[in-house]
Design a protein around this ligand. Structure first.
Ligand code: PLA
Length: 425
């Protein structure tokens, strides 16, 4: 009797009621990712003229993803060695991390001998997450991190999800489209409480393409020392700013030479083109081998419950390149080749906008900004018009990945920007 009435009643329950009873019925829809969401919109667009300048992924002059020759060679060396597929240790491929750290700090770096605690990471994002988690647990002085304004969008949730309060320091000057160095200094000197963590883009600042000069870095280092600020470096573009991996490591090496115990996140996504292989490293300067051993043990305790141990293939590729003199030399040439192609695109775009099209505005920043991105100064409404009417995709803050431009699409891109600026699209 009871069973029968239950069946009768549940048979009358509509799909809508059932849906509202779902465990996940209260989960709100989130917004698309500010950067990776642009790729989704681009993929859905069927127009043959479409251009994706959203995500910072290098493309060759034919607009194709580029697998570096040194990577291909490293892969064939690896294949011939028939490696197994065993788990890596928790902190990853030890020789890779040793070589990655050497690349960043420099072979003659003092802490390299005294003690740099390091671990392989799931690319730069994973390094940031391990670092933020480590500091949240073990940095004794503060749970506040200062990010440059603006910064890479993912920095905010990475630090927030790790338990940090996120604040900003002045970085970019929208009127000059350059560095607001006075504002930066004032914020670090007076606004940030002593001992705060300060995130610094080591080179090729994302999204602005504006870096401090070596002299300005030296001043920032002094301020950090004076105010006991903890320098947390994100180096996702070593080699992409100047074409030289050692020149781009200036800030990191200078801070270390001044005695700062920095944290450092490295990514091999861009400079080795190993995007999907997820190769990176996180490191911390420690006082001595005994302290290093303690920090090492805590890094393992943080990583083990996150993902146990990192993937092996990409680290083997990167290590083969870093450890082999010929491949290393070839790699340096290829990084420079990528950086140079981007610089050529900057010059061409600047020329077309200023000389050919006489697009209103000063476009000097297209040439002076460095690295993968240009912060064009285009307004959100213009970026929307460019996507809707010209099939040109970029992030809503007007950032373009210069590497997405090539000989075939640069004229169309410049004409589209010209139309967006003149309101004639
Ligand atoms: N740090 C900065 C400053 C970055 O720009 C990026 C990538 C990363 C870290 C992390 O990169 P990885 O995890 O792939 O090593 N920024 C990209 C991609 C290129 C992205 O947003 O994920 C960008 O388009 O801004």
């Amino acid at each position: 009797m009871l069973a029968a009435s239950f069946t009768r009643r549940s048979a009358g329950v509509g799909a809508g009621v059932l849906r509202s009873l779902s465990t996940w019925s209260a989960v709100p829809a989130g917004p698309p990712d500010a950067i990776l969401g642009v790729t989704e919109a681009f993929k859905a667009d069927k127009d043959p003229r479409k251009i994706n300048l959203g995500v910072g992924a290098y493309r060759d002059d034919q607009g194709k993803p580029y697998v570096l020759d040194c990577v291909k060679k490293a892969e064939s060396i690896l294949e011939a060695s028939k490696p197994d597929k065993e788990y890596l240790p928790i902190t990853g491929h030890a020789e890779f991390t040793k070589n990655a750290v050497k690349l960043a700090y420099g072979a003659d770096s003092t802490p390299l001998k005294a003690g740099i605690s390091s671990t392989q990471s799931i690319s730069g994002t994973g390094a940031l997450r391990i670092g933020a988690a480590f500091l949240a647990r073990h940095y004794p002085h503060s749970k506040v991190v200062y990010l440059p304004s603006p910064s890479w969008g993912n920095h905010v949730p990475i630090f927030r999800d790790s338990g940090f309060e996120v604040r900003n320091y002045t970085y970019f000057d929208p009127t000059t489209l350059g560095l607001n160095f006075e504002g930066l200094k004032a914020d670090l000197l007076t606004k940030a409480p002593e001992n705060s963590v300060v995130l610094l883009h080591a080179c090729a600042h994302n999204p602005t393409g504006v870096d401090p000069t070596p002299e300005q870095w030296a001043e920032i280092s002094d301020i950090c020392k004076e105010r006991k600020l903890f320098p947390f470096f994100d180096m996702a573009y070593q080699g992409f700013a100047s074409g030289s991996t050692s020149r781009d490591a200036f800030a990191v090496r200078h801070f270390v030479s001044q005695g700062h115990q920095i944290a450092l996140c490295q990514s091999f996504a861009k400079n080795m083109g190993l995007y999907g292989e997820r190769v990176g490293a996180f490191s911390l300067v420690t006082a001595d081998p005994e302290e290093k051993a303690r920090v090492d043990s805590q890094l393992k305790i943080i990583i083990r419950p996150m993902y146990s141990n990192p993937p092996v293939h990409g680290a083997r590729i990167a290590n083969t390149i870093l450890a082999n003199e010929d491949l290393y030399t070839q790699w340096e040439g290829e990084v420079k080749g990528m950086a140079d192609r981007i610089i050529t695109m900057r010059e061409k775009l600047h020329n077309i906008l200023t000389h050919d099209l006489k697009t209103p505005g000063d476009w000097g920043h297209i040439k002076s900004q460095i690295g993968m991105f240009s912060f064009t100064g285009l307004k959100k409404a213009q970026t929307v018009a460019l996507a809707d009417k010209a099939h040109v995709y970029m992030t809503a803050d007007g950032r373009i990945s210069m590497a997405g431009l090539n000989a075939s699409n640069i004229a169309y891109f410049a004409e589209s920007v010209d139309g967006a600026v003149k309101g004639t699209l």
